[in-house]
Design a protein around this ligand. Sequence first.
Ligand code: GCB
Length: 611
Amino acid sequence: MRFSPLAALALLTLSTALRADPALANVYARSSVSLNGKWHYIIDPYENGFYDYRHQPFDAAAKPTGGYFLDRQPADKTELIEYNFDTSPSLTVPGDWNSQDDRLQYYEGTVWYRRRFDCPKANATDRVFVYFGAANYRADVYLNGKKLGTHIGGFTPFSYEITALVTDTGNSLVVRVDNKRYAEAVPTVNTDWWNYGGLTRDVLLVQTPATFIAAQSVQLAPGTTDHILATVQLDGPQKQQKIRLTLPDTAITAEFSTDADGAGRAEIPAANLALWSPEKPKLYSVVITAESDRTTDRIGFRTIAVRGSDILLNGRSVFLRGICLHEENPQRGGRAYSVEDARLLLGWAKELGCNFVRLAHYPHNENMARVADEIGLMLWEEVPVYWTIAWENAETLRNARTQLSDLIERDRNRASVIVWSVANETPVSEPRTRFLRTLIETARSLDGTRLVSSAMEVRTDPADSTHKIIDDPLGEFTDLTSFNQYVGWYDGLPAKTAQIRWTIKSEKPVMISEFGADALQGWHADALTRFSEEYQADLYRQTLTMLQKIPQWRGATPWILCDFRSPRRPLPNVQDGWNRKGLIGENGTKKMAFGVLREFYDRKTAEAAKP
Ligand code: GCB
């Protein structure tokens, strides 16, 4: 498809009318058309799509024979001329490109996606948005040749309003996705997971009324279990509206108004709510009706707090029987994205006896939190501030804050989410602590009702390798003392666990955010042979014994539920590109250590059930 210069001019005029895009929270409750499915793609490692045509005599009438699409304004890249996508092959969206095309397994660079669609409007005044669940890492989005914007960050949702650009038929949506790694990016160049590229989550065409409910929060009012605090944000010309909120299964109902900025807020008496817990994951339907729009959601109500060394769920001390998870479906291969994937992964966590899951190391897709709400699992959600980050780069901080805020905005109504984590294993330094404190403040200012933490590191006494000290200065600002420790794997053999002495000054609850050992599923040897199932099972047994000596110990998320792909793991015939610390192998078969942890969690469950 090509645009005449005249059409391009018309688009430029329209673009000045395009406004910043409001958030599209609770998107799955909206009327939408899925743009999932087959998208044509072109692999472009040399960025030829941004070839500067101005250096060539450009004749709009001439049909180019070479090249496929060219950007006529490389400086701001606002105009895209498309050529022959139609003859290119297609990738399935959602889905990472690495597991769909052998040429792309290790690819890190640019791929151009194109999809055509029709968009008949239900009402002439409706607004239209294109919504992306995520694209890793950078996405430049063009509709009908006109640039909509650029999004940075591989795991958070974004949308663009296309009301003024979209036509009833024959629209062309082009997305350039680039998953190159950069030192100043979040995450940085160094990680221990596969850098899956592409349009990895749902793409939706969303229609809303002219003024619509752009964001809402419906949660227990802080410090209470009998009041709901509701906030609503309208977007559109008709900012002042009457809002009605109801929980149709109850007598709870409230009316309030939005102000001149479209913001509304009400504290609503809500006696006798059944509180959400992993044992009884009660969700209420919540209906918000404005004069011009209506949304529904299913929301659970619970409290989470820390008192001394205890984590209190609905006022009762709880032990977090957890496990870590990467967003990967080991059986199918590639990134997980669907409700079915969430049911598979979280179903395994349930089978393990968990009441808690750490979604490492970046925001997982929204289905994970929704399924966790439904089946009863508490969650730790995290942003990819991992290992080393450009701590002194202001743009890096802005990027990390945006990823964190977008995650909080997306999942703030999910009862399952109890912890926002701002980082993983970041070596202590002043600039790093300053950076992470800013993120902690961001999380607290957006959501004062959840715990905030970070997976910290252990320090070994230089004079005694069995003396472990937890004194990361960041711990002063987090709600939990959470740290990763690998005694018995990266630090001696499992028997060393029996000698460990801990110095943990803080009284806060200790949450062991990682421990573990690699094991190749199906490979058996004695308990001292690394990579055998026996070694891993023994490490689990001995580590659990060691941790019970920590008086403030209130939970663990061992590393990790399933084996996952990682380019850092090349050991032939053992790793073959997989991190083998899963309790479940790459084919979905459970290893011996799965049983060890399940037994321990069953005991913990039985203890908790005692009056
Ligand atoms: C860690 C990291 C995790 C790694 C794991 C390992 O400490 O937090 O991302 O995958 O160790 O297997 O070494």
